[in-house]
Design a protein around this ligand. Sequence first.
Ligand SMILES: NC(=O)c1ccc[n+]([C@@H]2O[C@H](COP(=O)([O-])OP(=O)(O)OC[C@H]3O[C@@H](n4cnc5c(N)ncnc54)[C@H](O)[C@@H]3O)[C@@H](O)[C@H]2O)c1
Length: 332
Amino acid sequence: MERRALVTGAGGFIGSHLAERLVGEGYGVRALVHYNALGRTGWLADSPREIRETLDIVAGDIRDPAFMRRAMDGVDVVFHLAALIGIPYSYLAPDSYIAVNVQGTLNVLEAARDVGAKVVHTSTSEVYGTAQRVPIGEDHPLSAQSPYAASKIGADQLALSFHRSFGVPVAVVRPFNTYGPRQSARAVIPTIILQLLADPRRIALGNLAPTRDLTLVDDTVAGFVAADRAEAALGEVVNLGTGYEISIGALAARIAEEMGVEPVIEQAAARVRTTGSEVERLLSDNRRAADLLGWRPRLAGADGLAAGLRSTVGWFRARGADALGDAARYRV
Ligand SMILES: NC(=O)c1ccc[n+]([C@@H]2O[C@H](COP(=O)([O-])OP(=O)(O)OC[C@H]3O[C@@H](n4cnc5c(N)ncnc54)[C@H](O)[C@@H]3O)[C@@H](O)[C@H]2O)c1
């Protein structure tokens, strides 16, 4: 019989790609999108019709335990991606991050425990803070440099505790920065691309020196599927990263080159994070993912990043101002 999956955050960037991939892998997919008065389904509205028609789309809120319990009926595995993810907004509204990322995760775990579903929980490399040693293995100390990171550490630990305390089958995947089509215009790669599309002569960014380990979203979602299939992942945290780092300044130069433009790259004070909150370096050790999940990024190293950036730039070019939406007017 087909395996039935619930994807929380299915209208979002990674969640929409994952929901589509799961359909392709033969799962029956219930896609949970955040309830809104307009009846919008996020990026699922962009999914190919033949995929969208097979999805069981439900709208709701992970903060509501009774809703969450009903959404989990008949589910074999929940891929839990719903979260508030912006770092700047977490400075302004930390209560919301506790409510969604911590309490919401608890509701997902309780519902999974009730119905006997497996949980593939989504962490983030932000939980490590600036690398104290590289590459960052899963045993690297956790150090929250933002309320967002703190809320994800809380959520991760709840997920692991449900495995240890109640035997809930839980696997924690910890993506490093993910990029690709549909990413929010507030993230760094879309910001660079969209600024250059608007004005090829200059880009204004935050700190240029921090490094990131960037994975194309197709590779990230392959890691989620592998985590569901691998018995060995139960009770484990597994990094999903490429093992290649690049500074934000060099990344901007790389994207500009791909787009055939030569901008001045400026640091804008309003975009710079405080020293304590800036994560200076993230570089993954991805050997556990290879060992436990048999996962390796298809695109890795400088060439892999170039190929991923090419397809991402192509998508944003084709979408133009559509991809930007109202993000340019957001103050966080
Ligand atoms: N994008 C990255 O680089 C990255 C890296 C590491 C980890 N992650 C993690 O991956 C997951 C998905 O991130 P994303 O980049 O796709 O972000 P996203 O913002 O596009 O997706 C998150 C989704 O969660 C939904 N959501 C928010 N609050 C909700 C609520 N109360 N109830 C139901 N749904 C709610 C949003 O509507 C959104 O669709 C998150 O858990 C994030 O922490 C992302």
